[in-house]
Write a protein that binds this ligand. Structure first.
Ligand SMILES: NC(=O)c1ccc[n+]([C@@H]2O[C@H](COP(=O)([O-])OP(=O)(O)OC[C@H]3O[C@@H](n4cnc5c(N)ncnc54)[C@H](OP(=O)(O)O)[C@@H]3O)[C@@H](O)[C@H]2O)c1
Length: 539
């Protein structure tokens, strides 16, 4: 690795008096890294806003979180007694869902790190609006009610500006949308669709297959419609997808409700967050991100097309540099009543292209081939780039052929297995379309993101600290990111093997599988790997 400094700045490193911090999104990728850093300062109490999920309380989710590998170095360093003390005394759970009403918040907060968000690009319109726009609205209203004056760091994304401008500066996104109207409109759309889903004639109106009659089937139909509305509303208003639209509106909420009420506000806009350079440990990553499913497919010899151009910049940033920036912003919070903007990425100051990534990846797997289930080294197929338009055109042609075949098979009712195969292939095409869409926004967009404010902030905070210009991309990929990616691939493989074995035992026991379906992780750009691989293979 290059001589990227292992600077271990704490959040609030300049002030060692006791501090009260509120952190949202702690169970997420960035949230874990933020908490890991907050734990450095023994005088900090962290209130973590967590929603209970599937019958697991917020407190238990937090306890389980501290067992994750993000905290392994910390656990090792402080020892079990300090871990227990931290859980009992320094971490306080606020059980709440940002899509609903919030409880009263503490009045004596010094800092709020708002990281929680729905980050899938094709989320249904109403839920994306409820969490990414209604969430900050509820949070800042609750903070106003509490009467304190914390500095708020609102985590957004650089992609709020994608394809709206050629070079995005670190300032407010220009638009005159009314976030309240959009939020209400999305909720009304759901109510209308629910009503529609109950009407028998809905199938005729939409030209779809007959409306599913069960409540679950109708809800699935409503969600699919809301996904489509999210896509179309974002396109109509000039954003790439519902995620970037709602993140842009979320920024406006923060500007209006928090800075507009005279408080200090920092808007932090990372690009694509990737493996840590150094902290919590080199390569730390909690799941596949953006290009990772395709890199994994390449290593397994299953990638035949990568949507993008060799010369396209892929703007990724190590997670610890995002945390460094939050730490630097927290240490010098800016002025009351004004919002500041920091874009944290590499595309402008130290760009890496998809062609260079391909080179680093090919070299790595030539030297360390991935092995198949029998332990034989896999030799990958050449990695070729296709434009998203080429892949979309291929997908449309294949969909037409499959739909025609499906229609003819309806006339031959006895034949089940080809029909199932066609349904499966159509589902794979949906995945292919979704990941082409993802790459169109994140690796094929022409917007670049200015990061002068961020670099000045980091330099002022710690002149000898890490910054993105120090990243040497070959070392980053080959010594940091790819070894971790391979470890994740191994663990996914072991998990799926265990699940197959358990399923076999379970079905032998009682005739049905007792294996719960694992929840797909919410991350930007995360069609499940196996589906991506299959889609890419068939493409
Ligand atoms: N990852 C990236 O590449 C990237 C890039 C740019 C910007 N960002 C921004 O960085 C922030 C963190 O992203 P991430 O990658 O850490 O996302 P993530 O891993 O998907 O985590 C999202 C977090 O938000 C929480 N959350 C979602 N809905 C919630 C709700 N209704 N109530 C309470 N909590 C809720 C999740 O909690 P549960 O565990 O309960 O679901 C989870 O803790 C987001 O604001 C995102 O827009 C991320």
């Amino acid at each position: 690795m290059s001589d990227v400094a292992h600077s271990a700045k704490t959040i609030h490193s300049r002030e060692q008096k006791s501090r009260n911090v509120l952190l949202t999104g702690v169970t997420g990728f960035l949230g874990q890294a933020l908490l890991e850093r907050l734990l450095d300062n023994p005088n900090t109490t962290v209130h973590v806003l967590i929603r209970p999920r599937r019958g697991v309380s917020g407190q238990r989710r937090l306890a389980e979180l501290l067992d994750n590998d993000a905290f392994a170095v910390w656990r090792e360093r402080v020892g079990p007694a300090a871990v227990a003390h931290t859980l009992a005394h320094r971490l306080r759970v606020i059980e709440a869902d940002l899509g609903a009403d919030l409880p009263d918040l503490p009045a004596d907060l010094d800092l709020v790190l708002h990281s929680a968000s729905l980050v899938t690009f094709d989320e249904p319109l109403d839920s994306a609006m409820a969490v990414n726009v209604g969430g900050p609205a509820g949070l800042y209203q609750a903070l106003l009610r509490a009467g304190g004056d914390p500095h708020v760091i609102h985590v957004s994304t650089s992609y709020v500006n994608t394809e709206r401008t050629a070079h995005a500066y670190e300032n407010s996104v220009e638009h005159d949308l009314d976030w309240r109207a959009e939020l209400d409109g999305a909720a009304r759309t759901r109510t209308q669709l629910e009503r529609l889903s109950r009407l028998a004639e809905a199938s005729a109106l939409t030209g779809e297959d007959p409306m599913p009659a069960t409540p679950a089937g109708r809800e699935a139909w409503v969600r699919a419609q809301l996904r489509e509305r999210g896509r179309s509303r974002a396109a109509e208003l000039g954003w790439t997808d519902v995620y970037t639209l709602t993140k842009a509106l979320g920024e406006r909420v923060a500007e209006e409700l928090w800075a507009g009420s005279g408080h200090r506000l920092t808007i932090l806009r990372p690009t694509i967050i990737e493996s840590a350079l150094a902290r919590p440990f080199p390569g730390w990553l909690d799941g596949f991100k953006v290009a990772d499913p395709l890199i994994a497919a390449y290593a397994k010899g299953r990638l035949v097309g990568f949507p993008g151009q060799a010369e396209s910049i892929i703007d990724i940033v190590p997670v610890d540099i995002v945390v460094d920036t939050a730490a630097a912003a927290a240490a010098s919070p800016g002025l009351h009543g004004q919002a500041r903007y920091f874009q944290v990425g590499t595309g402008t100051s130290n760009p890496v292209t998809l062609g260079e990534v391909r080179q680093h990846v090919m070299e790595y797997f030539a030297e360390h081939p991935y092995t198949d289930r029998q332990g034989r080294p896999i030799s990958p197929k050449p990695w070729q780039f296709s434009t998203p338009d080429q892949l979309s055109a291929w997908s449309r042609r294949r969909r037409r052929a499959l739909t025609l075949a499906q229609r003819s098979l309806r006339l031959a009712p006895g034949i089940r297995s080809p029909r199932a195969r066609i349904r499966h292939s159509l589902a794979q095409l949906d995945v292919l379309d979704s990941y082409v869409q993802i790459y169109r926004s994140y690796t094929c967009a022409s917007t670049t993101y200015d990061d002068r404010n961020t670099r000045a902030l980091l330099a002022a905070h710690d002149p000898n600290g890490r910054n993105v210009t120090q990243i040497e991309w070959r070392s980053y990929f080959q010594e940091v990111h790819l070894p971790r990616l391979v470890a994740l691939m191994d663990s996914y493989r072991a998990r799926s093997k265990n699940q197959r074995q358990l399923a076999a035992v379970s079905s032998a026991d009682n005739g049905e599988s007792a294996i719960p379906r694992s929840r797909p992780r919410r991350e930007i750009n995360h069609p499940r790997t196996s589906s991506v691989e299959r889609s890419a293979r068939s493409a």
